[in-house]
Design a protein around this ligand. Structure first.
Ligand code: SAM
Length: 283
């Protein structure tokens, strides 16, 4: 296959939020290369890490370090430059702002009337969700789990009722303890560990938290990790109070109509609801 050429780009002033690969350099996008090649300035977390990436792609650029501890003047200078030239923001890997610096810069740039443009690409949370085999219609990304046992438990308890797949970033040395904490709270929920995504030793292992904890106790994990927890099972979800729904419907209608309304709203069989509506009416 012929190598696609990098699209030419006439730099337009503004701030460009550029995703970079999370392991496999082949995941850089053509737009990312165009923008990084054309930007007058690239703000980055670590100039050595970004310097290596740019060198690999033969891009020479002026770099400015910008992390979460950068003073407001640094952001103000970057924003000022973005009024007149194209300025890119990258993080060490993946999508900036996703458990990475950039939130303040983007917010302040928008407030200053600077155009902010997304140059999308790799993101470990989304990539993990795509391979975990857990429900992907609703998910909650909640960043890194806290290191301390009590704080971690509090965070987990805080999302216990969320009816969505939970996605956390995790580190190899902490994985087993986190899995044990999850096993303690939710012994039956399906859990997945996505490790080293896009790299040589990529794997995605699923099971209960206890079985995964046992596996990783025997095979200490290395590398970067996303931890996913499937949603609570249907039976764990709050039980629908059909009596309350029927009583409310019976206030304005007879048993037949009330059963029809509740059947439509809940998907429960109308005949079952009608029988119950008659009982409630007779009470
Ligand atoms: N902004 C990045 C993104 O878009 O994914 C995430 C940055 S955050 C500081 C780094 C964390 O992302 C790692 O500790 C790990 O939990 C996760 N991560 C990054 N690359 C990964 C990979 N290749 N495989 C699995 N997890 C990864």
């Amino acid at each position: 296959m012929e190598q696609p050429s990098i699209p030419a780009w006439e730099p337009v002033p503004g701030l460009y939020i550029v995703a970079t690969p999370i392991g496999n350099l082949g995941d850089i996008t053509l737009r990312a290369l165009s923008v990084l090649g054309g930007a007058a300035l690239i703000a980055c977390e670590d100039t050595r890490v970004t310097g290596k990436l740019l060198k690999y792609f033969g891009i020479k650029a002026r770099l400015q370090r910008l992390d979460d501890h950068a003073p407001p003047e640094v952001r103000a200078r970057i924003i000022d430059e973005a009024r007149h030239t194209a300025v890119a923001l990258v993080s060490d890997a993946g999508t900036p702002l996703i458990s990475d610096p950039g939130y303040r810069l983007v917010r302040e740039a928008k407030a200053a009337g600077v155009t902010v443009t997304s140059i999308p690409g790799a993101c470990a949370a989304v990539s993990a969700l795509a391979i975990a085999g857990l429900p992907s219609d609703r998910f909650l990304f909640a960043g890194f789990l806290p290191v301390k046992d009590k704080a971690r438990r509090e965070v987990l308890e805080g999302v216990a009722e969320v009816s969505a797949t939970l996605v956390f970033y995790e580190t190899a040395p902490r994985l087993e303890r986190s899995l044990l904490a999850i096993a303690d709270l939710w012994p039956t929920r399906e859990v997945a560990v996505a490790r080293e995504i896009t790299k040589l030793h990529e794997e995605c292992r699923s099971g209960t938290a206890a079985s995964l904890a046992a596996h990783y106790a025997a095979h200490p994990p290395k590398g970067e990790i996303v931890l996913l927890i499937g949603p609570p099972a249907q039976e764990e979800a709050p039980v629908l109070d059909t009596d309350a729904l029927l009583r409310a419907a019976l206030a304005d209608a007879g048993p037949g109509k009330a059963a029809g309304v509740v059947a439509k709203a809940t998907g429960i069989d109308r005949a079952v609801l009608y029988a119950r509506a008659l009982e409630l009416k007779g009470e």
